[in-house]
Design a protein around this ligand. Structure first.
Ligand code: HEC
Length: 97
């Protein structure tokens, strides 16, 4: 009993540390399959590269998360990300060339 709870505590500590500094490029690789490596979109998928301000990107992700914006897949996807991770994604795709 003791070892598993220590392991769980260690895992939690790692998770917390990682969540404090989300890596936008790493997180963004999960979006690349649909939106393209630089977020350029295509084949019916909208571009998310260099959107008009990071705040717009964040608002869209929040709206998907709250199911306030019509979507097919983004509602489910957006719910998987914290505010800090969405901010890191917004910064990453704002920089993407
Ligand atoms: C399975 C394919 C898929 C993946 C993976 C995916 N998206 Fe999307 N995304 C879409 C589709 C399709 C839309 C259009 C809305 C809908 O139908 O859900 C969209 C729309 C968006 C929009 C709104 C664009 C606009 O101008 O309306 C944003 C922002 C966005 N995605 C961000 C992301 C981010 C960030 C990730 C990675 C964390 C991601 N998406 C991963 C398919 C995907």
């Amino acid at each position: 009993m003791r070892i598993p709870s220590l392991a769980a505590a260690a895992l939690l500590a790692c998770g917390t540390a990682a969540a404090q500094v989300p890596d936008g490029a790493l997180l963004g690789s999960a979006c690349a399959g649909c939106h393209g490596v630089t977020g350029e979109g295509g084949h019916g998928i909208p571009s998310i590269r260099q959107m008009h301000g990071r705040e717009h990107f964040v608002e869209l992700m929040r709206a998907f998360r709250a199911n306030e914006r019509p979507n097919t897949v983004m509602g489910r996807i957006a719910r998987g990300y914290t505010e800090a991770e969405i901010a890191a994604l917004a910064a990453h795709f704002a920089r993407a060339q």
